[in-house]
Structure formats: C-alpha cells, structure tokens
Design a protein around this ligand. Structure first.
Ligand code: ATP
Ligand code: MG
Length: 568
C-alpha cells in the first residue's frame, strides 16, 4: 500500500508542474498583475458541496498557498430561486473542515449587484447592450446553430436613450418575468454561439436570500462572474472545461469595463468524475428530496458532509485531490482510488479494536467461572508511540458466526469441530462441541483453551488462523452500519434512455443491531476513527446516544486499488 505502487513517478511529478502552475509561474515571471496570485472558489449556494468541489477547493486554495497568494470564498448567488442560507453555511463548514481559510469575509456576487447594474447602464450608453422584447424561445431560435449564423433581433438597433429608459423600467418592476431581457450587442454571426448577443439580465420577481426584494432583475452568470473576479482583484479564475467556450465572452465583458492593465485570466481544467457516483447537484438534491438517502450528509453520498460522516478525513481527501492532479480532458477516476486514500490515512492513525458484528457464543469450559483477566494488546502496530491497552478475557466470549464452520472445506483456517485457532492477543482455543437449538441452528460452541499459549509470552506453537473476539461479560452492545456503493453501475448517469435511479444498489446500507464491542469503545466520540480488527475502518456516527453507540464503516480493509496497482 505504499506510494511506489500508485505513482512510481511521484518524485518526478513533484518536480514538474501541472499546466495551471506553468501558466501561473509564467505570469509571475512576466510580472503580470504585479506578479500577484489571487484565486477564488465560487460555489453556487444551491446544494451541498461534493467531492468534485473538494477537488476545486484543494486546487484554488492550494495554488494560493503555494504561491503566497490569497483565495476568496465567493457565493455565486445570482439565481434567487434555488439558493438558500442552509447551503451557504454548509459550504463554509466544509471548506474549513478541509483545512482551508478564505481571505477576509466570504464574498457574495449579490454584493456586486449595484456595480453590475452600473456597468450594464454603461454598456447601454456605449451602444453595446440593448433591451429585447422577444420571448426566450424566439431569442433561442434566432441564435442559429454552430454552423449557421444567427438572426439579428428587430430590437437590436434601439437607441441608447430608449434602451436606458426600458432597462430602468425593467429594474423598477414595470414588466413581468420574461417580458424583456437585456442583451449584449456583439455579433450574431460569430462562430462562437456565446458571442451571439448573449443575455445579460433577466426579469425575475423573486426575493433573494440576501438582497430581499430590492431587485427584480438579476444578472446572468456570464455577466457576473468575470466582473466579480475583477472587483475582487482575482488573477487566475480557475473553472471547469464547460466554460472554455465562454472565455471569449468573459474577456469581452472585461474589455468593456476595465480601466487599467489589470485583468483576471480564466483557466479551465477537467472536472472530476468518479466511477459509481453521480455528482450533479440536481441529482443529489433529487436523492435527498425523494428520501432515497437520509439527507445531504448520508454516508453514502459523495458530498463532503457525507464523506465526513462516513469517516473520511480531510487529509485523505486532500491526498486524493493531489493524486488525481489536474487534467485538460474529461476522464473518470476510479472510486477505488478515493477508498485507497482513506485507508492509507486511517492505517496510520486509527487504533485497532475488537468488535464482533454477528456474534456466536463460545464457552471456554476449562476457564474458571467468574474469573476475568486483562490481556495486553497493541493500540496501533503502525504507530509504536501509541502504546498498549488491556482487553478483558473471561469464560464466555463472542466470535463471528462466519468464523466457524461445522463442515469446513480444506482451506478454512478458522474454527471447526476439533480444530484450533488463536484468539487475537489471547490464547489458542480448540472447539470440542457444537450446541444447537431445536431447529438445528448453532447457538454456542464449547471450547477449551491452552493456558500456555498466552500471546506475547515467548516461543509458541503456531496455528493458521487468528480470530477477533469479545468477552461476553464485558461486551458493549453497539449498532454498526455497513455501507456499500450507492450505485451498482460504473456510470449511473451515463445511460441515454435510463434514469440514474434505476442503478441504485439495494444493498447500499446494512444496519446491524446486535454487535458486541470491547468495553474500551465506551469512550468513543463522534469523529473518532477506529480499525475494527479484520472488518475495516469505522467512525462514530452522530446518531450515537450515551446508551447506544452507533458506528459507521468507512471502508472495509480489502484494498482493490492497491491490489490492482500491485499486479501491474
Ligand atoms: P453542478 O453542475 O453539480 O450544479 P456546479 O459546477 O454548477 O455543479 P458550482 O457551485 O457552480 O457547481 O461549483 C463551484 C466550483 O466548483 C466551480 O468553480 C466549479 O467549476 C467547481 N466544480 C464543480 N464540480 C466540479 C467537479 N466535479 N470537479 C471539479 N470542480 C468542480
Ligand atoms: Mg455552476
């Protein structure tokens, strides 16, 4: 599971820069914008952030850190209909949790509505914007196609005076939604469709989460984003590939409003796609609203809050983002790489505990009744400084049902009639008798232990299998939630005539109510991370109450990614 297996050229990679870093370093060399680096992360507050946003956060904040620059958090809140304060708060929490701090206060595009409005009037006065009375469908039809030019609107040649009056009337609420729009006057025959007189403002009689009822016209993304960058002094405006075709428009608007030589520069990179995952906020919202998951932070969701609740650490997500790198072309990352990143991190930091998920009682017939002895066990073999603790051993224990077979195949190295296994950090036991109920179900095993085989006491005979166990007398009753992928198809949203929900994995959540944990886990608190021996990494769920601990499995131990890369 070491790095050599994953990226043999990691050292080389480190030395070479990604294409965005190349651009930034060249801009610094040329003293562009006085050699400053100022980035921003601009989420629209219309949902919770997901792992794709985490990539963008790590990139933007990471570049600012690397080049001694700054990074803003800007809420891109130009659409009053879908935006909510709950989302704003979750976004701030997630950015902080990932370990980043934005420059100053969070910014809001809505804070710039006055300035944007002034610039719109300025464009009108320069004859570069006009009010169009046509309905949206007509405007869309007139845009033409990528291979044929568009048609000019009959309102295109209104005078600046008339446009100004109409635009002010739009602002003052004289018109209904959709009755008029403000358009930039650029070029209806441009080969770039986005340059064919794009809409700058639309009428929306909707209250805004910050500006309330002040506005009934709202700027479009294209008229807001670059100007917001400009207002904030952003130097490198990093966005995903779908905005590449918007870049000429981004630059055109800036050319109209900029006064000096300072210019933000838009740079596009490929968005992160993960296999077995949907990442569109619209689809994630649908899962939440239809109660297919328990909420935005359901541990099966690819949201940052879901990953956190699942037991992912900020470090594991940042490492993952690093490994993924920045690409210029769309690609799909194997979700196994994300799972590998959290295993790698938790392997170093998580203490090992024993928990039995599906208990089968074992009675050690030659162990004195009423006796308890404390056995020493290592907290974390990967971290010798983490010391040891004691685990109680007594006459009645639990092991996993799956660790016993009455008629085992040859290579079953766990417990079976007449066979021996070691109990982790304890003794070797031998199964003498199988007790069944009237239906023939196994209810108990009678075993004997060998007192000479206590772990850590010198030379010992060897047995093939080692099992985890919990003393029945001391066991803590806990609930354990096991998760699997939410979808059972590698590309759930990629099927033309099928809804992504058809690919939901019906077994994505298993709740186990009767698990037995070693008593030390009494002290477990939400946010703690553990390895349960042989079962995987776990964290405490916020549903935990004092009498009822609940654990989420973050990932099982089996590491598909490490195995895959080792084979090569
Ligand atoms: P969606 O399409 O799901 O609504 P979005 O891109 O509209 O997502 P925003 O809130 O606008 O969501 O995104 C904020 C920032 O995060 C943008 O700069 C966007 O480019 C970036 N981003 C969003 N999704 C991804 C992704 N999958 N990979 C990398 N960056 C992303
Ligand atoms: Mg967006």
């Amino acid at each position: 599971m070491n790095m050599e297996n994953i990226a043999p050229d990691k050292e080389k990679e480190k030395a070479s820069l990604n294409f965005i870093e190349n651009i930034i370093e060249e801009d610094i060399r040329n003293n562009k914008n006085d050699g400053k680096v100022y980035t921003r992360f601009p989420p629209e507050p219309n949902g919770y952030l997901h792992i794709g946003h985490a990539k963008s956060i790590c990139l933007n904040f990471g570049l600012a850190e690397k080049y001694n620059g700054k990074c803003n958090l800007r809420f891109d809140d130009t659409n009053p209909v879908k935006e909510e304060t709950e989302y704003v708060e979750s976004i701030m929490e997630d950015v902080h949790w990932l370990g980043f701090q934005w420059e100053g206060e969070p910014r809001y595009t809505s804070d710039y509505f006055d300035q944007l409005y002034e610039w719109a009037e300025m464009l009108i006065q320069k004859g570069k914007a006009y009010v169009d009375d046509q309905p949206a469908a007509v405007i869309a039809a007139q845009r033409g196609t990528p291979t044929s030019p568009g048609i000019e609107s009959p309102y295109r040649n209104r005078t600046p005076e008339e446009n100004l009056q109409l635009f002010r009337e739009m602002r003052d609420g004289k018109y209904k939604d959709g009755e008029k729009v403000l358009r930039a006057k650029i070029d209806m025959s441009s080969p770039n469709m986005h340059m064919r007189d794009p809409v700058m403002y639309r009428i929306l009689h909707e209250a805004h989460h910050r500006t309330g009822d002040k506005w009934c016209i709202y700027p479009m993304y294209d008229f807001a984003h670059g100007q917001s960058d400009y207002i904030e002094g952003i130097t490198h405006s990093i966005c995903t590939l779908e905005f590449e075709v918007h870049r000429p428009l981004y630059d055109w608007f800036l050319d109209q409003i900029a006064t000096g030589s300072y210019r933000p520069r838009q740079i596009e990179f490929a968005r992160l796609n993960l296999s077995y995952t949907v990442m569109s906020k619209r689809k994630l919202l649908e899962l939440v609203e239809k109660k297919i998951v328990k909420g935005w932070d359901d541990p099966r969701m690819p949201t940052i809050s879901g990953l956190r609740r699942r037991g992912y650490t900020p470090e594991s997500i940042r490492n993952f983002a690093d490994r993924v790198g920045v690409a210029k072309r769309d690609n799909v990352i194997d979700v196994a790489l994300l799972e590998h990143s959290v295993r790698e991190d938790l392997n170093k930091r998580a203490r090992r505990y024993m928990v039995v998920l599906d208990p089968l009682k074992v009675v050690i017939t030659n162990y004195p009744e009423g006796k308890t002895e404390m056995l020493e066990t290592v907290n974390n073999p990967e971290d010798p400084d983490d010391g040891t603790r004691e685990v109680p051993f007594s006459r009645e224990l639990y092991i996993e049902k799956a660790d016993f077979m009455e008629n085992p195949p040859r290579k079953f190295f766990r417990l079976a009639p007449g066979r021996e296994v070691r109990l982790k950090s304890a003794f070797i036991i031998k199964c003498d008798e199988v007790i069944k109920d009237e239906q023939g179900n196994i209810t108990e095993l009678r075993c004997t232990y060998d007192p000479e085989t206590r772990s850590g006491t010198g030379a010992q005979r060897k047995v093939k299998g080692t099992l985890h166990w919990v003393s029945a007398l001391h066991a803590l009753d806990v609930e354990v939630r096991l998760y699997d992928r939410l979808f059972n198809d590698p590309d759930p949203a990629g099927h033309k005539d099928k809804d992504f929900k058809e690919f939901l994995n019906p077994d994505s959540l298993k709740v186990l109510q009767d698990c037995k944990a070693e008593p030390a886990l009494q002290a477990a608190r939400p946010g703690d991370h553990y390895q349960f021996q042989r079962l995987g990494y776990f964290t405490v769920d916020p549903d935990t109450t004092p009498g009822h601990p609940v654990f989420n499995r973050t990932v099982p131990l089996r590491d598909a990614w490490a195995r895959m890369t080792k084979k090569k």
